[in-house]
Ligand binder design. Structure first.
Ligand code: NAP
Length: 289
């Protein structure tokens, strides 16, 4: 019998590639979604669907029942309270139900700059607390502290303008979601990946400006790339009453101060190192456009 994996956050930018990879690798994938019609329209009919919300433990019980594994790819925010409520407390709920119903592996998407030292930032604190909840649940786990995804680059382009918000001086190892999804899927079948926290980095280290220029040169050749001060982004968010934009300004302020932490060598050895370069990813993106 095929093993069932529940994906929480499968409609999201980084949950969807994992759901598709798990299906490709022979698992039955059960999608946990707040709006099943919307999720089906996005993901198609080949998945199982269960309606639910991570804030409602009873909906989780129904979804987790019979599952071998659970993958968590949640995003809370944009206010601090909502990071805690969804990413932290939601993961507490998932972990408790998974422990009760005998789940054999939880995988969790965290971030490469999540650490005690960086927990002054609410989104990082919620992820750190979510990691602790999973680790304390007794369910074998694999935590992925992944760095910046290449999939975030298109979000910086608006028409023929592209912006790096703030100075962003530190280079990061840009990661393709497809490589990460293969690593997550492989981890479910690998006893050696149990009770591990992996750092996941792509093959090349580039600053945000270098990466965005590369992306635009291949996918949006007419776009002009420039920097926008963090205060300007914050002001736009304030005058437009847009909490998402204000959060992006805060997030960029965070990234300006923190570097990638940790060593990806164990993840690379056990799960296969990410190989997709930014050039390759951009070229495939251009073909899709
Ligand atoms: N972008 C990067 O470079 C990067 C790097 C490392 C880590 N991360 C982290 O990766 C995580 C996922 O990011 P993403 O871009 O994939 O986010 P996303 O596209 O916003 O997806 C978030 C998912 O969470 C689900 N969700 C939210 N609240 C829920 C609730 N109460 N109950 C059930 N499901 C709920 C959403 O479902 P609905 O369809 O119902 O909204 C959606 O499927 C984030 O925590 C982010 O910080 C990102």
């Amino acid at each position: 019998m095929k093993q069932i994996i529940l994906v929480v956050g499968a409609t999201g930018m980084l949950g969807e590639p994992v759901a598709r990879q798990l299906e490709k690798d022979g698992y039955v994938v059960r999608v946990f979604a707040r709006n099943i019609e919307k999720a089906k329209a996005k993901l198609g009919a080949s998945f199982e669907y269960v309606r639910g919300d991570v804030e409602e433990p009873s909906s989780l019980e129904k979804a987790v029942k019979g599952c071998f594994g659970v993958h968590i790819s949640l995003k809370g925010g944009p206010k601090a309270e909502a990071f805690d409520r969804i990413e932290h407390r939601g993961t507490v709920n998932i972990s408790a139900v998974s422990s009760k119903l005998g789940v054999q592996r939880i995988t969790y998407l965290s971030g490469a700059s999540v650490s005690e030292e960086n927990s002054w930032f609410p989104a990082a604190k919620a992820k750190l607390q979510a990691e602790s909840a999973i680790q304390g649940s007794g369910v074998p786990y694999t935590i992925f502290r992944a760095t910046h995804f290449m999939e975030s680059l298109p979000l910086a382009v608006k028409g023929n303008r592209a912006f790096v918000i703030g100075r962003q001086p530190y280079p990061v190892h840009w990661l393709a979601a497809g490589d990460y999804a293969r690593m997550v899927s492989k981890s479910f079948g690998l006893p050696a990946a149990a009770n591990k926290r992996f750092f996941v980095y792509g093959p090349q280290s580039l600053t945000m400006m270098e990466a965005l220029k590369k992306y635009c040169s291949i996918v949006h050749p007419k776009a002009r790339v420039s920097t926008m001060p963090i205060w300007a982004m914050s002001l736009i968010g304030m005058v437009s009453f847009n909490p998402e934009l204000r959060f992006i300004a805060e997030l960029m302020g965070f990234f300006e101060k923190v570097r990638e932490t940790g060593d990806p060598s164990e993840a690379n050895r056990l799960l296969g190192a990410p190989t997709t370069t930014l050039d390759q990813w951009c070229s495939s993106r251009r073909k899709q456009a």
